[in-house]
Write a protein that binds this ligand. Sequence first.
Ligand code: ADP
Length: 454
Amino acid sequence: MFSKILIANRGEIALRIIRACRELGIRTVAVYSQADRNCLHVRMSDEAICIGQAASSNSYLNIPAIISAAEITDVEAIHPGYGFLAENPHFAEICESCKITFIGPTPENIRLMGDKMAARSSMHKAGLPIVPGSPAAIKTKEEALKVAKSIGYPVIIKAAAGGGGKGMRICHNDLTLVSSLMTAQSEAEANFGNSNVYIEKYIEEPRHIEVQVIADRSGHILQLGERDCSIQRRHQKLLEESPSPVVDSKMRKRLGELVLKGIKSVNYVSCGTIEFLLDEKTNNFYFMEMNTRIQVEHPVTEMVTGIDLIKEQIRIASGEKLKIKQEDVHIRGAAIECRINAEDADNNFMPSPGKIEALVLPGGPNVRVDTHIYAGYEIPPYYDSLIAKLIVHGRDRQEAIKIMHRALTEFHVSPIKTTIPFHLKLMENPLFLKGDISTHFVQDMIKEESGIKD
Ligand code: ADP
């Protein structure tokens, strides 16, 4: 096992990793930007090094500064968390060449899955159903029109290197397809440094269902059930739950088998998530993409399985074998996570950075809060707006919703605006209570509230 690791991240995930390390007896090194001097990860780690100015490109994405910090502090491994460098194969390779273990999959795994088109074709080869679409990058409008004709409208143009819900365009006819293609290509180049785009059938009102996996270096793989992440706004998740209210045991078994096949076929190591779209009209599900990192929503899986994913990820990176067997994995009860963002949900989810003057965190049975905020903390405007994850666990979905509702009413952050009132409304929404949701749910809910009719 490692004796010291560096955490190349900030915010709640940096704290989450520090906590896992403490329990494993590993010393930690935090890195921070000039804007994050007063962050909790700096205080809670054993050592901390400033790696640059506030902008991510000068700090949390600054590979030479991070590697220098790792060498100065003599760590054996780096945990990248999520976001920033977590899915950068070049960074994973540099760590390897500096004899520092990258706590995550191999650079080859990251590279393959980072190209959504390559990921689609490799998972298709392994036997996973994929959304009908173009087999290769679309270069010309003629190619685009041909694909659209064969799969039928609506279609979605996606950036091969896209992520974070960005770089997607929905097209309903030839006219919008042709006019969107060039914009999509130049946006992909500008945002992801790769102009490749491809076309998929746009599934109307699907559910986003993803399966958590963890694999060790000896080829032992576990699949830890699904998460339903259909509550999204602009393709970004706001709430996640496990299990999904619509996945029955037959579908769960099928998903699990397919995921294991896919993971095996690419010799995957570490934590990862395979994302699917479920078309409830036909009950078909399709592989969408794989994320080669720990995800924001990993706690819901931890709550229902009792498995600490970060600890397992660290153990695997240190060369240990997974001790848990698939038959020992049981999904118990239901867990829900609400992402508490510093955003004004009543004002188009506008970011609401600033100083937190007063803070009351919820507590009580079956409530977990993963957060880096404290009274007096100033939320910097440079990074994402996630300030806390509120996670609850109940005997079943109904109980989890009641606990979440209760916990949300206890949660007070002022004077900044947060998504707490939005989540409270969600917990009282009859369709959400029934589990009758799709990726369009939030958009429809907002439209209904504002009285806008289609
Ligand atoms: P990212 O990597 O940017 O998160 P994903 O491929 O995971 O992108 O897609 C994010 C979200 O976009 C999905 O959860 C879903 O809501 C929507 N989406 C993506 N592809 C399709 C599709 N073919 N049909 C309908 N919705 C889609």
